[in-house]
Ligand binder design. Structure first.
Ligand code: NAG
Ligand code: NAG
Ligand code: NAG
Ligand code: NAG
Ligand code: NAG
Ligand code: NAG
Length: 564
């Protein structure tokens, strides 16, 4: 099971220390010509890196943007750093936030920002792409081995990646003043504020910031659009495979997760928030990070999602979220910006393969569907027995689950739609109705040489999995080889994806504005409207289609109705 959790979380535990392309770290002479930047907050020593097309650019990595949230500041909102006394050594990777990794440095002092800029190669201020990493709010990091700049920096943009606090350290919420919640989201806001203050010195335009993210990062992008704290900090958004508008409203607390954390760490008193927080403050951060797997002891390492942003009750604190996102969108209490929303063709289909290929899991799921389905498919709390029957009927024809293709297909779609597909559908449909700016919807539908799920026997991709779009936007050296420049389809996909991001970051519209971007010469991507609901299928070719997977989402609309 732990093995599957690794898969599931895309955890970096197996990172083999594979080096990313970089020059300055190992070369003793490099420091002579190491780049430096002075910003309103301080001065920074960087390093040189090179893109896949051989362009040299400056990298400033591991910069603390907020005071270390350690000791008495654990579980407190971040404190933005306004002034750096000494020159900041930003020439190396910073640590990841606490999570169960053995081969990557972790530290609770992890609120770091990375800036990559081709400024020495350009004259104008460049669009800024701010990337919020995936990982369910409980794993991964913005480090360059998990979000490498080597593709995007072939375009004239400034790329910013960040860490934010994860799991209990970032998202504990007890529903009272002890832990109102959302600290990981407030970290992201602090990083966006850091960008506003400093990015001009790095060659970036603070008036042209595109927030982007995948999965938990995608949910984050959406949440910033309705957060009073994020107003004015960004100008476009890209959300891939994740949404905060799901089957039920966002909760006001997750006390059960706080209590579970305290129990996992053997706290002797776990009845009240005060006891839980006091105990958890006394525990080493490594224990908090390593206890993650204890949260996934349910069937098939489910559920994929645990921590969420919450609607914060008002205790006089600065609140990240003051109302349910779906209500905020409908009531116009949001910051409308041009928005690209997407999901992949098969998302979490592979979760089903673990079940159908394992006799004991198959037997358990058949016998205990009513107990398992609400957790595995992340259904809202309450009586779900009618819902789980209906879902079984719709996706599995009410048949017994067996090891065959029909079961794998139905169960795979159910996992994917429950976790990602339907929430993203809901977000796109709300946004295209209520946003005052254009919404572009897409299905990522390309299978290349690699995937986040590869068949264990053939080692080849068999679907378009959750996160697979990232393969063509970032180098992911912890897991995949760099896609070298060639005429291969994968290489062309990299060129197309970064062209779309660049064009959108610059103009707020993915469609070509001039002939300078040949990769997009055939692109004609209409904005989504409530009537025809067009989207772009991003495969080997670009194809405009309409009503993405709507036949499958009908059952969810009926089970969890919402007025669009
Ligand atoms: C930018 O980089 C390219 C390729 O590395 C080089 O040919 C060009 O001269 C550079 N331009 C400037 C303004 O430095
Ligand atoms: C909690 O207690 C159990 C049983 O004594 C022990 O195996 C485990 O290592 C403890 N966990 C922590 C994080 O201290
Ligand atoms: C904590 O809650 C449990 C179960 O509700 C109860 O038995 C116990 O007495 C409580 N402990 C304290 C210290 O309140
Ligand atoms: C099947 O699932 C069981 C229960 O989770 C697990 O212990 C076992 O290792 C799995 N078997 C295989 C072959 O993966
Ligand atoms: C749960 O819902 C089902 C179907 O709507 C109903 O038959 C059942 O009585 C409900 N159970 C409880 C405990 O409310
Ligand atoms: C996969 O990689 C091989 C070897 O690098 C290359 O020849 C082939 O074109 C690649 N396939 C795709 C779809 O890019």
């Amino acid at each position: 099971m732990w093995f599957q959790l690794l898969f599931l979380c895309f955890i970096i535990i197996q990172t083999d220390g594979h080096r990313v392309q970089e020059n300055a770290d190992s070369d003793p002479k490099a420091s002579d010509d190491a780049p430096r930047i002075v910003s309103p907050s301080g001065s920074f020593l960087g390093s040189w890196m090179e893109t896949r097309r051989g362009r040299r650019f400056e990298a400033y990595r591991g910069i603390r943007y907020a005071e270390p949230a350690v000791g008495e500041f654990r579980f407190q909102p971040p404190k933005l750093i306004h002034h750096y006394e000494d020159e900041v050594d930003a020439s190396k990777e910073g640590p990841a936030c606490p999570l169960p990794a053995t081969k990557v440095e972790i530290d609770e002092d992890c609120l770091r920002i990375n800036v990559y800029t081709p400024r020495s190669n350009t004259t104008n201020l460049l669009p800024v792409i701010f990337y919020i990493h995936a990982g369910g709010f409980y794993v991964m990091t913005g480090r360059s081995d998990l979000a490498g700049p080597h593709y995007l920096l072939d375009r004239d943009i400034v790329l910013v990646t960040i860490n934010y606090r994860l799991a209990t350290l970032g998202f504990i919420s007890t529903g009272d003043a002890f832990a109102p919640g959302n600290n990981g989201m407030k970290d992201q806001v602090a990083a966006l504020r850091w960008v506003q203050k400093n990015i001009k010195s790095f060659g970036g335009d603070p008036g042209l910031v595109t927030i982007t993210g995948c999965s938990a990062g995608s949910r984050s992008v959406m949440l910033h659009m309705v957060s009073p704290m994020s107003k004015g900090l960004f100008h476009r958004g890209i959300s891939m495979s994740g949404s905060a508008t799901s089957k039920a409203p966002v909760p006001h607390h997750q006390f059960h997760l706080a209590q579970k954390q305290a129990i996992l760490l053997n706290c002797s008193h776990t009845n009240t928030s005060e006891e839980i927080i006091a105990c958890l403050k006394s525990k080493p951060y490594r224990d908090l990070g390593y206890s993650l797997k204890g949260f996934f002891d349910h069937f098939n390492s489910d559920p994929v999602g645990l921590w969420t942003a919450v609607v914060e009750p008002d205790f006089g604190q600065e609140r990240f979220l003051t109302m349910d996102p779906a209500d905020a969108i409908r009531e116009g209490k949001k910051h409308s910006v041009p928005y690209i929303i997407s999901q992949t063709r098969n998302e979490f289909f592979w979760k089903a393969l673990y079940v159908v290929k394992n006799e004991s899991l198959l037997k358990t799921m058949n016998e205990e569907w009513e107990r398992i389905a609400p957790v595995s498919f992340m259904l809202p709390p309450g009586n779900s027995s009618a819902a789980v029957r209906r879902l079984k009927e719709t996706y599995l024809g009410d048949r017994k689950l067996v090891n065959d293709e029909a079961t794998a297909d139905g169960l795979g779609k159910l996992y994917g739609d429950a976790i990602t597909g339907f929430p993203v559908h809901r977000m796109a449909n709300l946004m295209c109705r209520y946003s005052t700016e254009k919404v572009y919807y897409a299905e990522f539908d390309y299978i290349g040489n690699h995937s986040h799920y590869e068949d264990p026997d053939t080692k080849k991709p068999i679907g378009v999995a959750h996160h697979d779009d990232l393969i063509y936007l970032f180098t992911l050296s912890y897991r995949f080889p760099t896609i070298e420049v060639s005429d291969s389809d994968d290489s062309q996909m990299v060129d197309k994806m970064i062209a779309i991001w660049y064009n959108f970051a610059k103009y707020g519209d993915p469609n070509p504005h001039n002939s300078k971007i040949p990769e997009l010469s055939t692109l004609d991507w209409p904005a989504m409207t409530p009537i025809d609901r067009k989207y772009l299928q991003l495969g080997e070719h670009f194809t405009v289609r309409e009503k993405l997977f709507e036949d499958r989402f009908q059952v969810w609309e009926e089970l969890y109705p919402l007025q669009y």
